[in-house]
Design a binder for this molecule. Structure first.
Ligand SMILES: NC(=O)CC[C@H](N)C(=O)O
Length: 607
């Protein structure tokens, strides 16, 4: 049997003489070849078993989700309920992680026109249909049901935002920018937040993105050879350089023009533009981005100031040799004329919040260092002459543009895009600034809000240490009781403490042991390194549970692990407490890590 399986591997069938010339020809059944054959066969069998188990685990999860969502009377899941639950958690149906699931529902609904039986199953899914539809997105659905997101109560949060949004609508201060004719025509009543299909120009919001791209591409040393780090203290379009004859920072025009001279250098202008647009699209997970040619042309005609800045910079040796100034200025103005919607800009902001990895696609667009540096400069220089006050009052990195756009980044948590054309005296969107200020007044999001001593009047939208933790433990125990190693692995990779216990002192290991799930027990012990003998409130250890319920295989594993732990403990005595120190450090460190990671959420609500 084993040899038969191995024969499916073509390599094993090669005659020995066809191997490398230096090797002595060997009879085909010589011991080493046979061993190789057997171990290969074992590998193939283990892989098949692993796939089978993974399929079983996902089937188990599909069943569990089906049972939670089903209509008791009909024993079917209404499609509207399935999609409603997902949307209520802040996940849009266009989310790439739902693509297969939504496509399969749409496909059924299309086919339903032709066949009665399918018609019933297109709006109500029986168990088999549900498994087929949901399988590819089952991990996300479990997360939705467990409310396992940074914002466990997404609707409550967006409800608060909607209230702030409405209050800001009443703000009629400020004037529309008149420095670019196309922008001077903007309707002052426009006011969008996050989800908005009306496109607007990025203008200076492109500056931090270009800077982050240049830093990723060319590195900090090269970029900062041509631009400084300090707030300028003067207007964003001043003709001025710092004491080293460099633009003060990349968030003002001179610095942004210098950055543009470095971006995709050496290529033709058309290719450079395409390259940057492609990178922006990666940051926005392919959400809508455009280019307003009329804005570009109208700004170019009235851009004397930017030309003056450019010539002044060239006079002072601010560009790398052989820089084509006119082309650089065109490039800069073209990138200012890129258009986004609140929706796409919010995803871009979330990519910055997530260390440069687009949270919807997992695409690592920007280097983590580049994003850190970009956020630092947005924090100190992102809002023109209001930057210092904004850093003081809101304590968050943001960047505004004369189109009335604001990109707000809450590191490790979320990205927010705001847009409203009327600007205040400093050139920032009046409603946008009010929104940011109200947001930090309502939630503890200021960079220096104390995470230890919370203000009673501020909600902690992250709720990491309390509510989220209880959702975490429920998720862990649920996964352990289903032998869902995929979910356990996900939790482990996210950095959850796998030893945590519920109110009754039950850990994932207790539950997996009581249910006799050897695979989950093995994963928890070997991969996660959880403690072997925690006691629950009745004093039972996982081994006690395995024995009580006659789970012999699991009991065996636990006994072996206890022996290994005892040996390790005696080794530990030799290094005198060092390991204990590391362990006690481990838990808080995990709990405190920022956790946007692979768990993105997007605003769904249309304001
Ligand atoms: N602050 C801004 O948004 C300015 C961008 C504008 N394109 C300019 O160069 O003046």
């Amino acid at each position: 049997m084993l040899v038969t399986e191995a024969r499916t591997e073509p390599l094993q069938l090669l005659p020995a003489s066809s191997l490398a010339g230096s090797m002595k020809p060997e009879p085909s059944q010589s011991p080493p070849r046979l061993l190789e054959t057997l171990s290969e066969a074992r590998r193939v069998r283990n892989e098949a078993e692993r796939q089978y188990r993974a399929a079983q685990a996902s089937r188990g999860s599909c069943d569990a989700v089906f049972d939670i969502l089903k209509d008791r009377a009909t024993d079917r899941v209404p499609v509207s309920r399935l999609l409603g639950v997902v949307e209520a958690a802040g996940i849009q149906l266009s989310d790439p992680r739902l693509r297969q699931c939504v496509a399969s529902i749409r496909e059924r609904q299309k086919r339903a026109v032709m066949c009665d039986e399918e018609a019933r199953n297109s709006f109500f899914l029986d168990r088999a249909a549900f498994a087929e539809v949901a399988r590819a997105s089952i991990a996300l659905m479990l997360q939705v049901l467990r409310k396992d997101f940074v914002l466990p109560d997404f609707q409550e949060f967006t409800g608060e935002l909607a209230a702030i949004f409405e209050r800001c609508r009443a703000n009629t201060e400020g004037r529309v920018a008149n420095c670019i004719p196309q922008l001077a025509r903007a309707d002052p009543a426009r006011w969008g937040a996050a989800v908005c299909t009306v496109p607007f120009c990025l203008q200076s919001v492109s500056k931090p993105l270009n800077y982050a791209l240049a830093m990723t591409e060319a590195g900090s040393d090269r970029v900062h050879q041509f631009v400084g780090y300090e707030p300028s203290g003067i207007s964003f379009n001043s003709i001025a350089l710092n004491s080293e004859n460099k633009p003060h920072n990349p968030m003002i025009n001179s610095g942004a023009i210098a950055v543009c001279s470095l971006l995709a250098r050496g290529q033709r202008l058309a290719d450079r533009f395409d390259y940057v647009l492609r990178q922006y699209l990666r940051m926005s997970a392919g959400e809508r981005l455009g280019f307003s040619n009329s804005t570009f042309l109208s700004e170019r005609e009235s851009s004397d100031r930017n030309y003056a800045i450019g010539y002044y910079m060239r006079e002072n040796g601010c560009f790398p040799p052989d820089t084509d100034l006119r082309e650089t200025l065109d490039f800069y103005l073209q990138l200012c004329a890129l258009e986004a919607t609140c929706d796409s800009a919010a995803v871009i902001a979330a990519t910055l919040a997530n260390g440069g990895v687009c949270p919807l696609t997992g695409d690592p667009v920007l280097s983590a260092e580049a994003v850190r540096d970009t956020l630092s400069l947005m924090h100190s220089c992102g809002l023109y002459d209001y930057s210092g006050q904004f850093a003081f009052k809101c304590g968050l990195p943001a960047k505004s543009g004369v189109s009335g756009a604001i990109l707000l980044v809450i590191p490790g948590l979320m990205g927010i895009a705001l847009w409203s054309p009327p600007l205040d005296r400093q050139g920032n969107s009046c409603r946008g600034i009010q929104f940011c200020r109200e947001l930090v007044a309502r939630f503890s999001l200021h960079n220096f809000d104390s995470t230890v001593r919370r203000r009673p009047d501020r909600a902690d939208s992250r709720r990491r240490l309390t509510e989220t933790q209880s959702a975490e433990i429920v998720g862990l125990l649920f996964a352990a009781s289903n032998n869902d190693v995929t979910a356990l692995r996900g939790a482990f990779l996210k950095g959850l403490c796998m030893d945590q216990a519920d109110y009754d002192g039950r850990t994932a290991l207790h539950v997996a042991a009581a249910e006799g799930h050897a695979e989950a027990v093995q994963f928890l012990l070997v991969t996660c390194g959880v403690a072997v003998g925690p006691r629950d409130r009745w004093g039972f250890t996982p081994l006690n549970d395995a024995e009580r319920f006659g789970r012999t295989e699991v009991a065996e594993l636990l006994r072996a692990a206890a022996v290994a732990a005892a040996v390790e403990e005696s080794d530990e005595a030799e290094v005198g407490g060092r390991r204990r120190l590391r362990q006690s450090f481990r838990t808080p460190q995990w709990r405190w890590s920022p956790r946007l990671g692979r768990r993105p959420q997007r605003w769904k609500r249309r304001f």
